[in-house]
Design a protein around this ligand. Structure first.
Ligand code: SF4
Length: 358
């Protein structure tokens, strides 16, 4: 399962993000968020670069939504460290771009990829060369695998829209878009155009319909009702859109009533599909997520510590039990089973150790 909240480690070490940082601050918000220009040589990451089965594209590095389980913090750290090593950030700026605990800057120092349409042209040529003649078997291009392409920055910089407009001139591509933001509905016109000539799946990401729970776990993400309304707008407009429930948090959001509420809401919003996958607790996530777990769910701390003791993946038995539960719900709510994003991107087996007792 790939979302911008759960993905293999290599995905974040994006070679194409090797920065040519011009430290020009593009904008600054009242609460202190700065948007800084980044000029990467390319923006489309090949499977060879990332070790996963698809091409990926992320217009921003960092994300103001600030989900506690977000693994993409270390992509941000990588960019900042590379810039510092290259002498493009002073020691003082480096401290500012890392933050006191190493995770805050991800939410407050957002890199905005500059000149990306030029980079995309070259990348598309590389992409077409790699897939050869058979466009029908084209490897998917997924937008938003690491950071949210419709995060607040997009309202001003419109990078995602520009990318979609360019891709809409292509034919026969297989494109996925993942977001938590209702801003995606702004682009319903270009998404429709894109879908006319390409396979498109838009994944609205939501882990719970419980707004109070969401606010504990995702600091500034859009509330569930807002995301579901955006999903409704997409599906009403005929866009092939659905819900992605990832990560499912063991002991917190994995019970049947919780998942049923999501499946029911998805159906009401006209979703074409619902997929779900368990939490991956990457090293970069632990120091953000585990303190929060201790604060709000202290009774689960030991269970998580044991289950995720040796690797980041959920225990295999747990993942299999969750997959069975999800399939039952897909069947019950009339969604297709075992296709789309889940099969396409699930590759690595979860480890056998641990016990999360679904
Ligand atoms: S919305 Fe932003 S903070 Fe949340 S998981 Fe996605 S990229 Fe990370």
């Amino acid at each position: 399962m790939i979302t911008h909240s759960a993905t293999p480690d290599q995905l974040q070490l994006l070679p194409s993000d090797s920065p040519t940082v011009r430290l020009s601050v593009l904008d600054e918000r009242l609460r202190g968020t700065k948007f800084v220009s980044l000029t990467p040589k390319s923006i489309l990451n090949s499977p060879q670069q990332t070790g996963v089965d698809f091409w990926s594209l992320n217009p921003y590095v960092g994300c103001e939504f600030g989900c506690s389980y977000c693994y993409a913090r270390y992509a941000h750290r990588y960019v900042v460290e590379r810039a510092h090593d290259a002498g493009k950030l002073s020691d003082g700026e480096f401290q500012d771009f890392r933050g006191p605990h190493g995770w805050e800057a991800f939410e407050r120092r957002i890199f905005v990829k500059d000149q990306l349409l030029g980079a995309l042209e070259a990348d598309l040529r590389r992409y077409y060369r790699s897939i050869g003649a058979s466009v029908r078997e084209s490897v998917p291009i997924v937008i938003g695998t690491a950071t949210d392409p419709y995060q607040p920055a997009e309202r001003r910089f419109r990078l995602t829209r520009h990318i979609l407009e360019r891709l809409a001139r292509c034919e026969g591509l297989n494109i996925g878009v993942i977001t938590k933001s209702p801003l995606v509905a702004r682009d319903v016109d270009v998404l429709r155009r894109l879908q006319d000539r390409n396979d498109l799946e838009v994944y609205v990401s939501l882990i719970s319909v419980d707004a109070a729970l969401i606010r504990k776990i995702e600091t500034r993400s859009p509330l569930p009702a807002v995301r579901l309304r955006a999903l409704r707008r997409l599906t009403d407009a005929g866009v092939n859109a659905g819900l992605i429930v990832a990560p499912v948090l063991p002991g917190i959001t994995d019970d049947v009533p919780h998942l049923e509420a999501l499946f029911g809401a998805a159906r009401e919003a006209g979703a074409r599909f619902v997929h779900a996958g368990p939490l991956r607790l990457y090293a970069a996530v632990r120091h953000r997520f585990l303190p929060l777990l201790g604060e709000h769910f202290p009774e689960l701390q030991e269970r998580y510590r044991r289950a995720y003791a040796r690797t980041s993946g959920a225990p295999r038995d747990y993942a299999a039990a969750l997959a069975r539960r999800v399939k039952r719900l897909q069947r019950k709510y009339g969604f297709r089973m075992n296709d789309g994003m889940q099969d396409r991107y699930t590759r690595r087996l979860a480890p056998p150790q641990g016990d999360l007792g679904l």
